[in-house]
Design a protein around this ligand. Structure first.
Ligand code: PHB
Length: 394
C-alpha cells in the first residue's frame, strides 16, 4: 500500500512514472531510437538508422528467438525537452528494452537520468562529450568522445612542424571538450594556442571568426563543428577568406570532413589532415562487408559515416546481449554483458571500458584524397587502444 501512495504522489507531482523491467513485452526486443530525423541535423538520425539497417541486413531481424523491433522518435534537433519527453514515452508506453541513438550531446544528457530512473540501458550512437557516460550507470557509448579523437591530432600536429594554432569550436559541451583537449595536449608538446573562439551551435556565420583566425597568423586552424552542413559552411568560409592561400592549414577531429558531406565540400578539402575513429575508406574485410550491406540496405552509391558505424556497432551490442541473456532481457544483466564487451567493428577492434562504459578504440590519422573519382579520408597512421582522456583530466 505504501508503494501505491508513493506512485500516486509521484504522479500528482507530474514527475515521470516509470515501470520496472518486468512489465516489458514478450516475444520482441524493443529498441527505442531517439535521434535527429528532421531539421538541420537530420543526417544524424538517417546515418544511425542506416547503420542499424546494414547490421540487420547482415544478421536478420531476430535474435535469441525474439524479433527486434525499432521504434523511431524524432528530436527534430538539439532539443533536450523533446528528447526527454520522447524517451519517457518509449519507456512508459512502448516499454522498450533499450533506448538508443542520440546524435547530439544535449539530447543524450537530458535522457540519461531517465535511464537510471527506469533502469533502461541507453546505447549512445554518436553524442560525444566526455561527461555523458558519467550521468547514468545504464549508459554505454559505442561512438567516440571528443577528447579521444582530438588528442591524437594535437600530438600529430606538434610532431609535424605545426607550432602556432588558432582554435575554433562550437559553443556547447563537445566543442568545449575539443578546445580543452587540444589546448592541453598541444601545449604539453610545446605548441602554442594563439587564439580561441567559440561559435554558436545554431546557424553560425563563420566568416568573421575565420577572419580573426587569419589575422592571428597561425600555422594552422583547429576546427570542431558538429558534422554535416556546418562543415560545408566552414570550409567555404575558410577558402573564401584565403587561408589556404596564406599557407594556413586546417586540422581537427574528423567531424569537419564527415564522409556524409565530403563530396559536397569538394576540391578545397583535398589534403586536409584530421584524426577520427572511422573512415568509409577504412581498409578491412569487416568494412568491405559493412559497405556492401549498407549499400544493399540503403541504396547503391550511399556512403556510411562515423555515425552509421556507431549505429551498426550499437545494435550489434544489443544482439550480443540478447544472445548472452538467451532473450531474457534484464537491465542490470545487460549492463554486465556490455561492460568489457569486445567487437570487431568495421572501424577496427573496439572495447567497452568496464569502469567507464565508454569506448576504447583506434584513432586514425587521415588525409583527404581522391580515390577512384571520389573524395575520401585515407588513413595513413594510427593511435591504437585510445581511451577517453576526458575522464582522467584534472
Ligand atoms: C555531439 O553533439 O555530441 C556531437 C555532434 C556531432 C558531432 C560530434 C559530436 O560531429
Amino acid at each position: 500500500m505504501s508503494n501505491m501512495k508513493t506512485i500516486a504522489a509521484v504522479a500528482c507531482a507530474g514527475a515521470a512514472l516509470l515501470p520496472a523491467a518486468s512489465a516489458r513485452a514478450e516475444g520482441t526486443i524493443k529498441v527505442g531510437l531517439v535521434a535527429e530525423f528532421s531539421g538541420p541535423f537530420a543526417g544524424y538520425g538517417k546515418q544511425i538508422q542506416n547503420g542499424i539497417k546494414a547490421y540487420m541486413k547482415q544478421h536478420g531481424d531476430t535474435v535469441a528467438g525474439k524479433k527486434v523491433e525499432l521504434v523511431l522518435k524524432d528530436t527534430t534537433g538539439p532539443s533536450p525537452e523533446i528528447a526527454k519527453r520522447l524517451a519517457q514515452d518509449l519507456i512508459t508506453h512502448d516499454k522498450v528494452d533499450f533506448i538508443a541513438g542520440f546524435g547530439l550531446t544535449p539530447n543524450a544528457l537530458a535522457v540519461a537520468p531517465l535511464a537510471t530512473q527506469a533502469k533502461t540501458p541507453m546505447i549512445i550512437m554518436n553524442a560525444a562529450s566526455s561527461i555523458i557516460t558519467t550521468k547514468s550507470p545504464y549508459v554505454a557509448r559505442f561512438s567516440m568522445t571528443l577528447p579521444q579523437v582530438t588528442e591524437p591530432i594535437a600530438l600529430w600536429s606538434a610532431k609535424n612542424g605545426i607550432k602556432k594554432v588558432f582554435t575554433i569550436v562550437s559553443d556547447y559541451a563537445p566543442g568545449i571538450d575539443a578546445e580543452n583537449a587540444f589546448l592541453k595536449s598541444f601545449s604539453a608538446q610545446g605548441g602554442q594556442v594563439v587564439g580561441s573562439v567559440r561559435v554558436p551551435l545554431r546557424n553560425p556565420d563563420f566568416a568573421p571568426f575565420v577572419q580573426r583566425a587569419k589575422d592571428a597568423k597561425p600555422d594552422a586552424v583547429f576546427i570542431f563543428v558538429p558534422a554535416g552542413e556546418q562543415g560545408i559552411a566552414f570550409v567555404k568560409a575558410f577558402t573564401e577568406r584565403g587561408l589556404q592561400k596564406a599557407g594556413i592549414k586546417l586540422i581537427g577531429p574528423g567531424d569537419v570532413v564527415d564522409d556524409d558531406v565530403l563530396e559536397a565540400m569538394g576540391e578545397p578539402t583535398l589534403g586536409i589532415i584530421t584524426t577520427h575513429h572511422y573512415s568509409a575508406a577504412h581498409d578491412s574485410p569487416e568494412n568491405a562487408a559493412f559497405r556492401k550491406a549498407y549499400a544493399e540496405a540503403n541504396g547503391e552509391g550511399t556512403r556510411p559515416n562515423f555515425m552509421a558505424v556507431a549505429g551498426y556497432d550499437g545494435i550489434a551490442a544489443i544482439y550480443e546481449v540478447a544472445k548472452k541473456l538467451e532473450g531474457k532481457m534484464d537491465a542490470d544483466r545487460a549492463m554486465e554483458v556490455i561492460k568489457g564487451m569486445k567487437l570487431t567493428s568495421p572501424r577496427g577492434p573496439i572495447q567497452i571500458d568496464p569502469e567507464t562504459r565508454d569506448i576504447v578504440q583506434t584513432v586514425y590519422v587521415r588525409r583527404v584524397e581522391r580515390v577512384k573519382g571520389g573524395l575520401y579520408n585515407v588513413e595513413f597512421d594510427k593511435f591504437p587502444d585510445v581511451k577517453d582522456p576526458g575522464k582522467t583530466a584534472p
